[in-house]
Design a protein around this ligand. Structure first.
Ligand code: NAP
Length: 245
């Protein structure tokens, strides 16, 4: 059975992705930063849904060393690693002129540099196996821009360029690298938004509603599957029609 690491799978979209892969029988590494109890709860649900094996690993991905070690630990615990879902992400929203160096550095480290570190380690393993899937969770704001999120949007747009480049490097080796760009999805991240902001966002969504984490998870599971073998370097928007392209 295929072996997958889903970063940030203690909650939200990452949890839904882990559970969707569990339904399909994957061996899973569930990852968290600080919320171990939530990660253990995801793991218990994953086992109940049919995951062939589940391990729980903690790591603060703003550290390059911790990010690399997470992949090595997942590989050791599962006896291989074929699918990497780079999902963990944070926000530190504020207007540019008020943005502190630390707001910028932490978001870039966690949402962009961490993906460089995990992916570089994982690709080495996938090259040996001559099969692999990397799926990077970007965001529609990485394509559209968003006021108050210059740090987050720079990271999410950077992730799309990273995806396109790495896809071209390893396409001939049976490894695909794609991005999924969610629109506004019901989660802890969007629960923090003020009511007025939510109302404004809803006006921009042709589907007239926020998406569900499970709707993102289905797209990720497809890209992880053998059925998606000839799709690489793409950004799949799961956004209720928000992004024109
Ligand atoms: P969420 O509910 O806030 O969950 C964030 C996850 O990331 C948690 O598992 C958290 O672990 C982990 N995490 C936080 N800081 C970390 C760190 N320093 N190192 C490692 N892991 C860390 O987020 P979400 O809404 O599900 O978002 C998941 C992904 O989708 C993110 O990349 C986000 O940018 C992207 N996205 C979300 C939306 C949306 O509308 N929600 C839209 C577009 C894109 P702990 O539980 O241990 O804290």
């Amino acid at each position: 059975m295929r072996k997958a690491l889903v970063t940030g799978s203690s909650r939200g979209i990452g949890k839904a992705i882990a559970l969707e892969l569990a339904r399909r029988g994957y061996a899973l590494a569930v990852h968290y930063a600080g919320n171990q109890a939530a990660a253990e709860a995801t793991a218990a649900e994953a086992r109940a849904l049919g995951a062939s094996q589940v391990v729980v690993l903690g790591a603060d991905l703003s550290s390059a060393q911790a990010a690399q070690k997470l992949v090595a630990d997942a590989n050791a615990a599962l006896g291989g690693l074929e699918v990497l879902v780079n999902n963990a992400g944070i926000t530190r929203d504020t207007l540019l002129i008020r943005m502190k160096d630390e707001d910028w550095d932490t978001v870039i480290a966690t949402n962009l540099s961490a993906i460089f570190h995990t992916t570089r380690e994982a690709i080495k393993l996938m090259m040996r196996a001559r099969w692999g899937r990397v799926i990077n969770i970007s965001s529609v704001v990485g394509l559209l821009g968003n006021p108050g999120q210059a740090n987050y949007v720079a990271a999410k747009a950077g992730l799309i360029g990273f995806t396109r480049s790495v896809a071209k490097e390893y396409a001939a080796r049976g490894i695909t690298v794609n991005a999924v760009a969610p629109g506004f999805i019901e989660s802890d991240m969007t629960a923090k938004l003020p009511e007025q902001v939510v109302a404004e966002y809803l006006k921009q969504i042709p589907a007239g509603r926020f998406g569900k984490p499970e709707e993102v998870a289905k797209a990720v599971a497809f890209l992880a599957s053998d059925d998606a073998a000839y799709i690489t370097g793409q950004t799949l928007c799961v956004d209720g029609g928000m992004t024109p392209h």
